[in-house]
Design a protein around this ligand. Structure first.
Ligand code: PLP
Length: 368
């Protein structure tokens, strides 16, 4: 049996036909940019995520840039970010002219801690911080970090590219974030059929400014109050996302079954599965295990031999990337991000993975 790391084409029975019909309707009515489909998606997204304002944009990297700019981050401002994230978090800070400072993450939760953020605020005096929620989990100390940033006057932006559908303390993670962003890249839990992203906020000022930045800084059709750019969400993506959102709960549930079975049934001591914290309800984006850096290469070869896909999300710390040197303002490192990068392994996980596929992965991994 061959089990891919991810299969994004496991649609529900009627999904392909419904999307195709609605795509054909778009071709006939010409509402290619903006229009009712985009408005419908933004409204459904707001309801699903239980947020005050939800906006679509072109991709998850733009979403962070829009959020930084709309929240008031300007040229040369310092922004602290976790050393373990996807490169887009680092890039977005540099692209808005600000300076990234990386902070180490915890070896236990793999996320930032409130004490690490406090230390970084005291050391670097940043204008903003980006809290990244990885693996389909939430940072367990989110509420403490939100409170800390508010007290210290640090703008907090949350990169939720991997966290749609995640709950913390029984509430949607996005509900109380000052400003959060997401990615609808096809491999995300809510994926488009191309690139797309989203911005969520509790602030009407941030929502209004974001809306303008996304659309050439427009204050009216031919009046431009800001230097924005074109980061509009296209109608084809909104159409695909609209239909996907209707199935999202079922898709997330089927993913959670996979991550839970791996944790419950893989008993190979060479792998240590990490669970989200007890106050976090995951969306099943990724299964996360750690193994010694010495064992991982042989395990990867073993998975390849048995036709099982795998991931190493992410294989390098941000501050260690070749592109970081010219831009990094400073860092606090205890070597944790680096160690996680060398130790992490992700097994196949996607919506509607069959029980036979799950069993095959578990049996094979247990025999390593
Ligand atoms: C944590 C994180 N931030 C940002 C992004 C960027 O999103 P996009 O690829 O849609 O620009 C991603 C997606 O890959 C991500 O995983």
């Amino acid at each position: 049996m061959k089990v891919p790391f991810i299969d994004i084409l496991r649609y529900e029975n009627n999904f392909y036909d419904t999307v195709s019909e609605k795509t054909a309707a778009l071709l006939k009515n010409g509402h290619f940019v903006g229009g009712p489909i985009v408005a419908e998606f933004e409204s459904s997204l707001k309801n699903y995520t239980k947020t005050e304002f939800a906006l679509g944009c072109a991709n998850g990297t733009d979403a962070i840039q829009v959020a930084l700019r709309a929240a008031g981050v300007e040229k040369n401002d310092k922004v602290i970010i976790p050393d373990m994230t996807f490169w887009a978090t680092f890039e977005a800070v540099v692209n808005v002219g600000a300076v990234p400072y990386t902070i180490d993450v915890s070896k236990e939760t793999l996320h930032l801690t409130a004490s690490a953020v406090k230390e970084a605020i005291e050391k670097f005096n940043p204008k903003a911080a980006i809290l990244v929620h990885l693996y389909g989990w939430a940072c367990p100390e989110t509420l403490e970090i939100r409170k800390l940033c508010e007290e210290k006057g640090v703008i907090l932006i949350e990169d939720c590219a991997q966290a749609i559908g995640v709950k913390i303390n029984n509430q949607s993670l996005l509900t109380s974030a000052l400003v959060a962003t997401t990615s609808f890249y096809p491999a995300k839990v809510l994926g488009a059929s191309g690139d797309a992203g989203g911005i969520f906020t509790t602030s009407s000022q941030i929502a209004q400014t974001s809306q303008k930045l996304i659309n050439h800084g427009r204050t009216s059709h031919y009046e431009h109050g800001y230097i924005g750019w074109n980061s509009r969400l296209g109608a084809y993506e909104a159409n695909f996302l609209n239909e996907s959102l209707k199935h999202l709960d079922a898709r997330l549930e089927s993913r959670r079954v996979v991550t839970q079975q791996y944790r419950d049934r893989i008993n190979n001591p060479k792998l240590k599965f990490i669970s989200p914290a007890s106050n976090v309800w995951e969306n099943g984006y990724l299964s996360v295990a750690l193994m010694t850096p010495e064992t991982r290469p042989a395990f990867i070869e073993y998975l390849k031999k048995h036709d099982i896909g795998y991931g190493t999300v992410y294989p390098g710390a941000m501050s260690e990337q070749p592109g970081a040197t010219a831009h990094l303002g400073g860092k606090i490192s205890h070597g944790n991000a680096d160690w996680i990068a060398k130790s992490v392994i992700n097994l196949p996980c996607f919506a509607y993975m069959s029980q036979a596929e799950i069993d095959f992965v578990i049996d094979t991994v247990n025999k390593f």
